[in-house]
Design a protein around this ligand. Structure first.
Ligand SMILES: [Zn+2]
Length: 341
C-alpha cells in the first residue's frame, strides 16, 4: 500500500487573526492555539484595544481561553494619531505591531483614521519607526467596493515614502495592484489569506449568494487571485500567511445584512497544504506559513510541529456555532498530529 503523503510544518504562524472577546473568544481561541504556534491578534474589539491596560487584559483573557495550549498571542494596538513617543515607549514591550483601520471600513473600525495626511500622522509614525513597531494596515478607501484596495495603494506608497524606516504590512491583500506595490518599496510587506488564494467574486456572488465567503476586502477578479497566488506559492520573502479568520455567529452571517468575515482558522493549514501540493510548491509552504513572518517581524515562535496527511476531511457544519468556509465539504488534507516542544 502506498504511504500517505505527509506535510510537516514547523511553528505555523497566523499573522492576522481575529479572536474576538467574551463567549466567542472562549469558543474559538483554542482552535487556533492548537494548530498555530502564534498569531498576530487584531485589536478591533468594542471598544478597540488602545492602551496598555487593555492590551494586557485582553492578552490575559486570550491566555485563559486557550487553556494549556502552547501559543503566543502577538498583541496589537488599534492605531490612533494621538499616540506619542512616550506612550509608545511605555507600551512597546506588550505589543508586536499597531493596526490602522480607515474609519468605518470594516467590523468595529468606527474609531479609525479618516484622511491620510502625512503631517497629521507624522508624530506617531515617526515614533513607531524609531521604536521599530510595525504598522499593519487595512488598506481600503471608501470608494466603489471593487476598487477600494487598488485606490488605497497610493496611500500605501505615500506612507512608505514618507516613513522609509517604518515596516508597513499591507494586510490581507486581494489585488494585483497591491502585489505590484510590494516591489516598489523596501518597507512594504503583505499578508495573504487562504480564502483570497482560493476564491474570486464569482464564488461569493456569481451564483446563489454565499454569505460565509463574504468578507472585507471582498474577493476580486481571477487576475487578482493569480497575482496573489504567484507570490504566495513562491513564498516571496515579503509575503506571509495571515488568515484574517473572522468569526461571526451563524445568525449574523445568514441574515439580511450579512456580517463581513470568513472563518478559516481550523482548516487553513489543510487548505494551504492542498493548494501548495496542487501547484507542486509544497517545499515553499514552510516559508509562507512561518519563515517569512519570522524574518519580517523578528519573532521567535514556540516550537510546534504540525503534521498533515493527505486524507479526506469533511469540514464540520460549524465550530461552536460559527460556520467555517467549506462547511460540509470534503477537503484533501487532515491534521494528523501536533507536537509541542
Ligand atoms: Zn482582519
Amino acid at each position: 500500500m502506498p504511504l500517505t503523503p505527509l506535510v510537516v510544518l514547523d511553528a505555523p504562524l497566523d499573522m492576522h487573526l481575529h479572536l474576538r472577546d467574551g463567549e466567542m473568544l472562549e469558543n474559538i481561541a483554542k482552535g487556533s492555539a492548537h494548530i498555530f504556534s502564534g498569531a498576530i491578534i487584531m485589536p478591533n474589539l468594542v471598544p478597540p484595544v488602545s492602551n496598555k491596560e487593555e492590551v494586557i487584559a485582553y492578552k490575559e483573557r486570550i491566555m485563559k481561553a486557550i487553556g494549556n495550549q502552547k501559543f503566543i498571542p502577538y498583541m496589537t494596538l488599534f492605531f490612533k494619531p494621538s499616540y506619542d513617543k512616550a506612550f509608545l515607549e511605555s507600551v512597546r514591550d506588550e505589543i508586536t505591531a499597531i493596526k490602522l483601520y480607515p474609519a468605518g471600513i470594516t467590523t468595529n473600525s468606527e474609531g479609525g483614521v479618516s484622511g491620510f495626511d502625512v503631517e497629521e500622522l507624522r508624530t506617531t509614525l515617526e515614533a513607531m519607526s524609531e521604536l521599530s513597531i510595525p504598522l499593519c494596515v487595512h488598506g481600503e478607501t471608501n470608494g466603489f467596493v471593487m476598487d477600494r484596495e487598488a485606490e488605497f495603494v497610493s496611500i500605501y506608497e505615500k506612507l512608505a515614502s514618507a516613513f522609509p524606516k517604518l515596516k508597513i504590512i499591507m494586510e490581507h491583500i486581494t489585488t494585483k495592484e497591491s502585489v505590484a506595490a510590494l516591489e516598489k518599496h523596501d518597507n512594504l510587506y503583505a499578508t495573504i489569506t487562504i480564502h483570497h488564494l482560493l476564491i474570486t467574486l464569482d464564488d461569493v456572488a456569481g451564483g446563489m449568494l454565499q454569505p460565509h465567503l463574504f468578507c472585507k476586502p471582498i474577493a476580486k477578479r481571477p487576475e487578482d487571485r493569480e497575482a496573489l497566488l504567484k507570490v504566495a506559492l513562491e513564498a516571496h520573502p515579503k509575503v506571509m500567511f495571515g488568515s484574517d479568520s473572522a468569526p461571526h455567529p451563524k445568525h449574523a452571517k445568514e441574515a439580511c445584512g450579512c456580517a463581513a468575515g470568513v472563518f478559516t482558522a481550523p482548516i487553513a493549514l489543510q487548505l494551504l497544504a492542498e493548494l501548495f501540493e496542487k501547484h507542486n510548491t509544497l517545499d515553499k509552504l514552510q516559508n509562507f506559513i512561518s519563515g517569512n513572518a519570522q524574518n519580517i517581524y523578528g519573532v521567535k515562535p514556540l516550537n510546534k510541529t504540525v503534521t498533515l496527511e493527505k486524507k479526506a476531511f469533511t469540514v464540520p457544519a460549524d465550530y461552536n456555532g460559527v460556520v467555517p468556509m467549506y462547511a460540509g465539504e470534503e477537503i484533501a488534507y487532515s491534521i494528523k498530529d501536533v507536537k509541542n516542544g
